[in-house]
Design a protein around this ligand. Structure first.
Ligand code: PLP
Length: 408
């Protein structure tokens, strides 16, 4: 793992425009001409490498972006989609058919949870949700029809870290596919090196980083990606979550600065997490030695990109959390908004937003408390200044009391 660096892989990949442009040219077409009818037929059959047919299937710019992301994730290939959910649903529906079974971490993004919990059962695909570090329960839950273990490398919103090496060994033993959503830890964790079969991202977040579009990708073997694009039974080809070429062009350009941004997100998040914890707040951040998966994350990550830009703070109650978020927004410290990976800090109360699809009793069991604020820390130049202003807001809203501070 030491010799692999995802940022170098991306950097080594060069594309030029057709007139020598330093960026590749955007192909502004939904359909492509053929000089011979035979080649068109071969392309339909999937046998004409380098030929484009129809942009729902593939397009030059989508292939460029897919290739760059495959390099980043150290997989044979990849396929970009119109959203992260477009990638997740295509992968799951490609692998699982009626009668199949999935084992999933119970702490995952609310939309994925809702898809597994509500959308798939009427199609006769059931999911068992488990604590992803309870390996005994995971092995016990495996049935002859189990096809997948699904998890997030760093989970949304609780920032639990999955032991990908261990999960991969369970998958290999039982011939299951390990599918990992790596949205929270691009560059820092490379799931394929730890045994994941398919790696998914919501490009909407850190990878694009400018909160101007949704997008997704799944990275895996050429065979799997070809299957998803098969004109007769490919989930992605037939469900049609296709990214537009203009969007893939802009995401590819933003990908070029991901390594710089991730370092700054991580640096700022670490700074705030340490200070907030010192102030007596209930903080969760994988970079803190107090985080239950701190050592595990250290053993899986590429250190230079840090522990990521996400942290949570428990404000006690929803009311206090809301008051604090509104005040921080008023003070221009960030935006009360869902999503993550933006230059500006974003905060939201997970229980009433991105995890609201999860029923209240289950949220409680998982540890998503009512006052839990998820922060996606921005690229602030002077994080000490930000910290001081945030602390002021915390005092004013009563989230922090003067007597809770034991170190200044
Ligand atoms: N995976 C994770 C971890 C997410 O946080 C999200 C969205 O918040 C998604 C997947 C879904 O991505 P998208 O909104 O791009 O469909």
């Amino acid at each position: 793992m030491d010799h692999f660096n995802a940022a170098n892989e991306i950097q080594d990949l060069q594309y030029f425009g057709e007139f020598g442009g330093v960026n590749p040219s955007i192909s502004d077409s939904s359909t492509y001409t053929f000089l011979s009818a035979k080649t068109m037929f071969d392309t339909f059959e999937g046998n004409a490498d380098g030929c484009y047919l129809y942009s729902r299937h593939s397009s030059p710019m989508n292939l460029y972006l897919s290739q760059a992301l495959a390099k980043m994730e150290n997989t044979e290939t990849a396929n970009v989609t119109a959203s992260g959910m477009g990638a997740i649903t295509s992968v799951l529906m490609q692998i699982c058919k009626s009668g199949d079974h999935i084992i999933s971490s119970r702490t995952i993004y609310g939309g994925t949870y809702a898809f597994l919990k509500n959308f798939l059962p009427p199609l006769n695909i059931d999911t068992t949700f488990l604590d992803i570090i309870d390996f005994e329960s995971i092995e016990n839950a495996i049935q002859p029809n189990t096809k997948i273990i699904y998890c997030e490398s760093v989970s949304n919103p609780l920032l639990e870290v999955a032991d990908l090496r261990k999960l991969s060994s369970i998958c290999k033993k039982h011939k299951l596919k390990l599918i990992v959503d790596n949205t929270f830890s691009p560059l820092s964790i490379s799931p394929s090196l730890l045994g994941a079969d398919i790696v998914i991202h919501s490009l909407t977040k850190f990878i694009n980083g400018s909160s101007d579009t949704v997008g997704g990708v799944y990275c895996g073997t050429q065979e799997f990606v070809n299957d998803t694009k098969n004109v007769n039974n490919g989930a992605c080809m037939l469900l049609g979550p296709t990214m537009d070429s203009f969007r893939s062009a802009s995401i590819l350009k933003n990908l070029r600065t991901l390594h710089i941004r991730m370092k700054q997100h991580s640096h700022n998040a670490m700074y705030l997490a340490e200070r907030f914890e010192n102030d007596g707040l209930k903080v969760s951040y994988p970079g803190l030695p107090s985080h239950k998966n701190h050592e595990l994350m250290k053993s899986m990550m590429q250190k230079e990109y840090g522990f990521g830009g996400l942290l949570t703070v428990d404000a006690g109650t929803t009311e206090k959390a809301n008051e604090l978020m509104e005040m921080m927004q008023h003070e221009n410290l960030g935006y009360l908004a869902v999503s993550l990976g933006f230059y500006k800090t974003l905060f939201s109360c997970s229980g009433s937003s991105t995890s609201s699809e999860i029923p209240e009793d289950e949220r409680e069991e998982m540890g998503i408390s009512d006052g839990l604020i998820r922060f996606s820390i921005g690229l602030d130049h002077d994080i000490e200044r930000t910290y001081k202003k945030m602390k002021e807001c915390m005092f004013k809203t009563g989230v922090l009391h003067h007597e809770t501070i034991y170190t200044s």
